[in-house]
Design a binder for this molecule. Structure first.
Ligand SMILES: [Fe+2]
Length: 306
């Protein structure tokens, strides 16, 4: 992974002129930016949220490394509230992303996880995910989060493929065993709710040979058999093209903001027993974006996951 410094607008320039903290921006992958403070340990709260929000909307992925992160879940909740309204789940606003001893769902496992977007199975889809890495495995041990920039997938699709994909509606079904589940019927391509550019919504079917707990059922309306399988494989292959993906390899106290309207994401498998603990909060758009849930088996969730 190479890192190339790019000029940082606004706050960095201002930081050179007075005593406000400053930071540098790098582009570690095909999309997204990495912020590091000039003064290690600068509180993440020192970075102006309107500027960060604009950065997240333009680059879709913002990682902050070397800052002092919110000390605990309550502090992360308080920080995230400076971004906007938070999604409330049955467990609250802060989700502990970590493996369970006997996982009831693949979300709490360490192996393969399908690419997806958060909130697809509940009433609202959050605009941003804010993650804080509490503990991470070693850099070479997996456990990163892979993000797919769907604007790049669509920009690189040939016109015939794009025309075909534009007419597709997908149907997703998951049994609710933890905090999400139901039936979702969603176009493959739809406009970004605020910016209007086309984005792709896709929950990847589990490939042959992989087995996960609580596997989703994925289908394309009007297609079946080999034709459906071939189209799902074509979408999947385009999503995982290295030109469209970036793996964030976690380091302790990383803060990552992801544009959930535009990106898809999944976990890179890692060995059970290794330390990996992320805290995650969902920030709703303004107004909150309604999902494509049709039959929510989660009547107990208020605006609230996957
Ligand atoms: Fe997720």
């Amino acid at each position: 992974m190479t890192s190339q410094a790019v000029p940082a607008p606004g706050p960095t320039t201002a930081g050179a002129l007075d005593d406000t903290p400053s930071w540098t921006l790098a582009e570690p992958g095909p999309f997204g930016v990495l912020l590091t403070p000039a003064e290690p340990g600068t509180p993440v709260t020192a970075v102006p949220v309107p500027w960060l929000r604009d950065l997240a909307r333009r680059h879709h992925l913002v990682a902050l490394r070397g800052f002092t992160a919110p000390a605990d879940a309550a502090a992360l909740d308080a920080y995230a509230r400076t971004w906007g309204e938070l999604m409330e789940w049955p467990f609250g606003t802060v989700f502990d992303v970590r493996a369970h001893q006997d996982p009831e769902d693949h979300v709490f496992d360490t192996g393969f996880m399908p690419l997806h977007w958060d909130g697809m199975y509940v009433e609202h889809v959050p605009e941003f995910q804010i993650f804080h890495c509490v503990e991470a495995p070693g850099a070479a041990e997996g456990g990163g989060t892979l993000f797919c920039d769907t604007t790049r997938v669509l920009a690189d699709a040939d016109p015939a493929t794009l025309e075909r994909w534009s007419g597709l509606t997908l149907r997703y079904r998951n049994t609710k065993v933890s905090h999400y589940g139901g039936l979702v019927v969603s176009p493959l391509i739809e406009p970004h709710p605020d910016a209007g550019f086309p984005v792709m919504r896709f929950l990847e079917p589990v490939p042959d040979g992989e087995h996960i707990i609580n596997e989703p059922d994925v289908g394309i309306d009007g297609l079946e058999g080999a034709a459906e399988a071939a189209e799902l494989a074509a979408i999947r292959d385009a999503a995982y093209d290295p030109r469209h993906c970036h793996v964030h390899a976690w380091q302790q106290d990383d803060i990552v903001i992801a544009d959930n309207y535009t990106l898809l994401h999944t976990r890179v498998p890692y060995r059970r027993g290794l330390p990996r603990h992320l805290r995650r909060v969902h920030v709703l758009g303004d107004p909150p974006l309604r999902s494509h849930i049709h039959d929510q088996q989660a009547a107990d969730t208020r605006r609230g996951n996957a």
